[in-house]
Design a protein around this ligand. Structure first.
Ligand SMILES: Cc1cc2nc3c(=O)[nH]c(=O)nc-3n(C[C@H](O)[C@H](O)[C@H](O)COP(=O)(O)OP(=O)(O)OC[C@H]3O[C@@H](n4cnc5c(N)ncnc54)[C@H](O)[C@@H]3O)c2cc1C
Length: 373
């Protein structure tokens, strides 16, 4: 137990809360990290682990700049987690290939054009050129956009590594503890109240409860967060089939190394279905047949697992990061939707910057809470 109240209480121990807590603790703050379940078992556990800024951004702008900055931080995070915890989190700079059929390549071609014009390292491939990157693709995929800097990480290795890291940094990790509301005095936060009626005092509260962040009482504004369900499955392989990430109509494919052998992770649906995390046969079948259309060698591979998770989504698709302008001591770190694994390192940096009292980075003003008055 801490002898005196922590400086910071972080609500939610997904990838975002874990990286925020670790960063703040290493900068000298006394941090309590609270999760109502086990760390990293929310959306973080369900994620594919693609680190793919150019694959995700609709065009140039703050989101792409933010995502590229975070991608640049990932290798350092993977390395320091290895040094501090002995864990390999499965970070590989494996590249990503997005494919289309020749007669349906208009959007992909337009994407290649703006990405090249913006100076990004991308390659446009046609015909058999597509299979020089991934030989296992079916011949019908005659157009491809290759993003060689993109990477992957294994969220199921990442979550325990981050938990070990935060504990080693001296963070007080409270699991199985639900936060019910903020505790406020006039215009400042003084801590959080728990479901068992107890409370944790803190000068600062970081809200990192993923899709559930809007359910905490006492917030000074209504957060229009929605859970967007994603179903996925994994297939057991005899040997690796792909070198990198592949995306095409209806599915993306992520190679993953498991202690029991290589896997292909296949994702993912996007469903506005409340907080339900059930999988259903027709969605899984749809993902499976889209995956087999991309890579015929996946046909007949045994299913290892199917699962679903909830992406924390805001209406504009952007994350919500930064201090509340009206309530002192409340900092948001949520709404990362499809890209929380990718964006967690830069989010942790921005939150640490906000707490250090320095001037806010104007490049990220679009992610602030003032957009939800
Ligand atoms: C199918 C799928 C595939 C995805 N693929 C990718 C990908 O390839 N790349 C990528 O970058 N992102 C991906 N994502 C998105 C990514 O998983 C999320 O953006 C990210 O995990 C969000 O992290 P988080 O820490 O905000 O939330 P979470 O991981 O959901 O963590 C929130 C935590 O808060 C806790 N909590 C909630 N309420 C309370 C409370 N009241 N009190 C205490 N604790 C509470 C929960 O128990 C949970 O542990 C994917 C998501 C899904 C669902």
């Amino acid at each position: 137990m801490n002898p005196s109240p922590p400086d910071v209480a972080v609500v939610g121990a997904g990838v975002v809360g874990l990286m925020v807590a670790d960063t703040l603790a290493r900068e000298g703050a006394r941090v309590t990290l609270v999760d109502r379940g086990r760390p990293g078992r929310g959306a973080t556990w369900a994620a594919g682990g693609m680190l793919a800024p150019l694959g995700e951004a609709p065009g140039p702008g703050p989101f792409l700049a933010f995502a590229l900055e975070s991608l640049g931080l990932w290798e350092g995070w993977a390395e320091q987690l290895r040094q501090r915890t002995g864990s390999d989190v499965g970070y590989v700079r494996c590249g990503k290939l997005r494919v289309a059929r020749d007669d349906d390549a208009h959007d992909l071609r337009a994407r290649a054009r703006w990405q090249r014009e913006e100076g990004h390292d991308v390659a446009w491939l046609e015909g058999a050129g597509v299979r020089t990157v991934e030989a296992a693709l079916a011949p019908e995929w005659g157009a491809g956009l290759h993003l060689p800097d993109h990477a992957r990480v294994d969220p199921r290795r990442l979550a325990p590594a981050l938990e070990a890291a935060v504990r080693a940094s001296g963070v007080d990790v409270r699991t199985g503890v639900e936060v019910r509301s903020l505790v406020r005095s006039e215009d400042a936060v003084t801590g959080v109240e728990l479901a068992d009626g107890k409370s944790i005092e803190a000068d600062t509260v970081v809200l990192a409860a993923g899709a559930w962040s809007g359910g905490i009482s006492g917030l000074p504004r209504r957060l229009p967060l929605r859970p967007i369900k994603g179903q996925m499955l994994s297939l057991a392989l005899d040997r690796p089939i792909l070198g990198g990430l592949v995306a095409g109509p209806g599915a993306y494919l992520i190679p993953r190394e498991d202690p029991d052998g290589p896997l292909m992770v296949v994702g993912a649906t996007m469903e506005d279905a409340g907080f339900d995390t059930a999988t259903d046969g027709s969605s899984i079948d749809g993902l499976r047949s889209a995956a087999e259309a991309l890579v015929p060698a996946l046909a007949g591979r045994p299913e290892r697992e199917r699962w679903a998770g909830l992406r924390p989504a805001l209406p504009d698709g952007l994350p919500l990061i930064g201090p509340d302008p009206e309530l002192d001591g409340l900092v948001y770190a949520t709404g990362h939707h499809r890209n929380g694994i990718l964006l967690a390192p830069v989010t942790a940096r921005v939150v640490a910057g906000a707490l250090s009292g320095g001037p806010p980075d104007s490049r990220w003003a679009a992610f602030g809470p003032a957009r939800f008055p």
